[in-house]
Design a protein around this ligand. Structure first.
Ligand code: SF4
Ligand code: FES
Length: 213
């Protein structure tokens, strides 16, 4: 299948503004947008984007595809190309474009640091958990830190859903000393929390769901 990729290009050393460049690639319908990007990169090795696992595990290939933040390695050509065979690929919105599809992840990881993203062991806990508690934690722990939800749902107040998910996962862990103190660091207003509960499963490539209570 012949596909035209319209890719946002930007090199801060020579460009004043981002612009779109077209690449014509030949890929199978069952291949992914990442495969198409790799084909474009073979044509022009200066094209920059992140990727690693190609299996929706590492979270590094998150980009905006046809206006929607998604994982390039999880988006099939037949879903994205449509009848005109064109796919636009841009960097994640709400992130600063560093070069082509590569964005500045410092604010993303900064927001994670703010919730103390590791377990602080309780000295008075055995470390054992009921299976039901462990199962509920798994729903939040499947986050791969791709940043798609931050691009799709970050509000004007700057609350970042990925950091909230990380903080909530640890706050709900019975072995954790800090518990709810992590969530107080985030100060998520109730109306924003409702938005996260409603919209996160729709936008998240791993279908992470925030429990209602
Ligand atoms: S919650 Fe989902 S969309 Fe957000 S960072 Fe984690 S995996 Fe990505
Ligand atoms: S390359 Fe790892 S999630 Fe896409």
């Amino acid at each position: 299948m012949n596909v035209t990729l319209e890719i946002s290009r930007f090199n801060p050393e020579v460009d004043r503004e981002p612009y779109f460049q077209e690449f014509r690639v030949t890929v199978e319908e069952r291949q992914t947008v990442l495969d198409a990007l790799l084909d474009a990169w073979r044509q022009e090795p200066g094209l920059s984007f992140r990727r690693s696992c190609r299996s929706a595990i590492c979270g590094s290939c998150a980009v905006t595809i046809n206006g929607i933040p998604r994982l390039a390695c999880q988006t099939l050509i037949r879903e994205a190309a449509g009848s005109n065979g064109r796919i636009t690929v841009e960097p994640l919105s709400h992130f600063r474009q560093l070069k082509d599809l590569v964005v500045d992840l410092e604010p993303f990881f900064g927001s994670l640091k703010a919730v103390v993203p590791w377990l602080v062991n309780r000295s008075d806990h055995s470390g054992r958990m009921e299976p039901e508690v462990a199962r509920k934690l798994e729903e939040l722990a499947s986050c791969i830190l791709c940043g798609v939800c931050d691009a799709a749902l970050s509000d004007q107040a700057g609350v970042r859903p990925a950091a909230f998910v990380k903080g909530l996962r640890l706050a709900r862990d019975p072995r954790d000393e800090l518990g709810a103190a992590r969530l107080r660091l985030m100060q998520v207003p109730p109306e924003i929390l409702k938005l996260f509960i409603k919209d996160l499963p729709e936008v998240c490539p791993k279908k992470v769901t925030i429990p209602k209570n």
